[in-house]
Unconditional design. Structure first.
Length: 289
């Protein structure tokens, strides 16, 4: 069976995989062959054979997981997305991918959902797996690892590139990066939305305003759709001020955001700067940037 597993791993052409992915693919192979999935001890023996035969090695950055030796390695953005099924490239790194900035991010910015959202998604995966691959020897309440998915712990550097993780309570819209083998990146609308929600991760509000003023007109439908779907009133007020008062955009969806506008000391265009007594009367925010 070790030879069959090796063949599957090499044909998939993915340079890395998690411990759970490795053992899951073993179970799938047994199931597809019409065989009963063996006890964990047997799966561990196959894993040892793959390591001894140098089909696999422990990954140099994600040391609890695996590198497929025969498959060419990939850069950090591909590796982090292969290792963490919930992560995507975001913020200034996504802006660079979309050609929105000429700044070079010091660290690769990635985002994944908060722990509660991840737990819910993991529970759904576990239920689906138990239904699709019956296994009488399935460990009861195993720790995260080969037999139960858990949140991936990202190292500070992946393939010698700094990595910075942002955790979001809001769902992220992502797509497969066209210029990458395995990386996922926030959609263009999501990327513009992130600029207003966390400008400090996008080069600061001054840079964000530059990008919106230079590039937003090209992707208005995607941007308005993303902002419209978010539940943050202040984000809608910031977007409305930029689109309507700076770019001269006229759109009924943008006008509708004004219903949430209300005067308040915390309503500022740039959340990192103090309030200034210069207001947008329509959007009720301090124009402090």
């Amino acid at each position: 069976m070790a030879e069959q597993v090796a063949g599957v791993l090499e044909r998939r052409a993915e340079p890395v995989l998690t411990a759970w992915d490795l053992f899951h693919r073993m179970r799938v192979l047994f199931h597809k062959a019409g065989k009963e999935v063996p006890p964990p001890a047997t799966l561990y023996r196959i894993r040892h054979a793959l390591l001894d035969g140098e089909v696999l090695a422990l990954d140099r950055d994600y040391t609890a997981h695996y590198r497929v030796v025969a498959v060419p390695d990939q850069p950090a953005d591909d590796v982090v997305c292969l290792m963490d099924r919930f992560a995507c490239i975001s913020h200034l790194s996504a802006m660079q991918r979309w050609g929105l900035t000429d700044r070079q991010p010091h660290a690769l910015m990635i985002t994944r959902p908060d722990a509660g959202t991840v737990r819910q998604q993991l529970a759904e995966i576990a239920i689906r797996e138990a239904t699709e691959i019956p296994w009488k020897d399935r460990p009861q309440q195993p720790r995260p690892g080969p037999f139960r998915l858990g949140n991936i712990v990202h190292p500070d550097h992946v393939r010698e590139h700094p990595v910075r993780l942002h955790v979001s309570r809001r769902p992220c819209s992502t797509i497969r990066d066209r210029n990458s083998s395995f990386a996922r990146v926030t959609s263009i609308g999501q990327t513009f939305l992130d600029m207003l929600q966390t400008p400090r991760l996008c080069g600061g509000m001054s840079h964000v305003l530059e990008v919106w003023e230079e590039r937003a007109r090209r992707s208005l439908d995607e941007i308005i759709g993303s902002v419209d779907s978010c539940d943050s009133v202040i984000t809608k007020c910031r977007a409305g001020h930029i689109l309507e008062e700076r770019l001269g955009v006229t759109d009924a969806r943008v006008v509708a955001w004004k219903t949430g506008a209300a005067r308040g000391g915390s309503r500022r265009l740039d959340p990192a700067r103090p309030y200034v007594p210069k207001w947008s009367d329509d959007w009720m925010i301090s124009i402090n940037a």
